[in-house]
Design a protein around this ligand. Sequence first.
Ligand SMILES: C[S@@+](CC[C@H](N)C(=O)[O-])C[C@H]1O[C@@H](n2cnc3c(N)ncnc32)[C@H](O)[C@@H]1O
Length: 294
Amino acid sequence: MTVTAQAGDLSGTALYTSQVWAWGELSHAHLFASPEAKRVFDTTNAVLAAARVFHRKLPPLRHALLHRHAMIDHLMHTSGYRHVIELAAGFSRRGAAATSDPRVRYTELDLPPIVERKRDLLQRTDEGRAVLARPGLRLVEGDVETVALEPFVHSGEPVFVIAEGLLMYLTADARRRLFTKVRQLAAIAGGLRFVFDLTPTCEEPEPGLVGRALEAAMKRSTGGRGCERDAPTRETIMTALAEAGFDSVEALVSSDLAHLWNLPQPHRRTHVVLFVAQASSRTTPPSSPGRDEG
Ligand SMILES: C[S@@+](CC[C@H](N)C(=O)[O-])C[C@H]1O[C@@H](n2cnc3c(N)ncnc32)[C@H](O)[C@@H]1O
């Protein structure tokens, strides 16, 4: 089975990122490498290289994504949490890598065609089949907006929730609904840490003419779904998390941490903004979302 971008889906972006993990030589990335991912990666990089001739400030996309992925790995490993839910996991190799430790329980969620394709990719090799057979790894088909997450949480076992490369495609309303939904899991788990990336609009580079052409090309390759751009500042995002009932929120930036955390290719200057929100079972989340943050 091959994954082709359908109206509104983001499979093209998931293919691109899977090839970034392989290009960055991250562990287990080879299990998800494919010719179609390589094609998407090469084509996008060619467009980016052309755009950079005219617009040298355009950020190096693959380096930013590599830093993003490695930062989340770092946060997960240093958290000590052994129970992870990765929303919109795409072709992430993180679940395969993390469940090398048999004490880790890892649930990945994505839309059915992506999960089906991911299973197919793992089925290709003995190593992949062994990963697929691990009791600690569960690949779940579902829509983050509608699927119930409670069945994937274990009572009294703190859970680490990841949403990488997803929030920029959600409207402010959808984002707030997701914050509330994730926050509610803390009551069962007894504690929760939620990590996601989202660059506030005011921190994005001005796209310019060539940049806008690139964005239009990327939009076509993802079936017409583009970035929502309605998270103006870090404060708007942090306020929305607080309103959803998170106890504490921190924003982390890749350029501050690349050397300190020994990220791959740390000399590459990137601007990835991660949010880390913490919730305990003690505080009660609001039953309905507050005002619109956007
Ligand atoms: C940019 S990719 C990121 C994939 C992966 N997290 C990574 O960083 O490599 C976005 C992913 O979000 C998934 N996605 C988009 N909308 C979704 C939804 N409503 N429910 C579940 N997954 C969704 C897409 O299928 C795709 O795999």
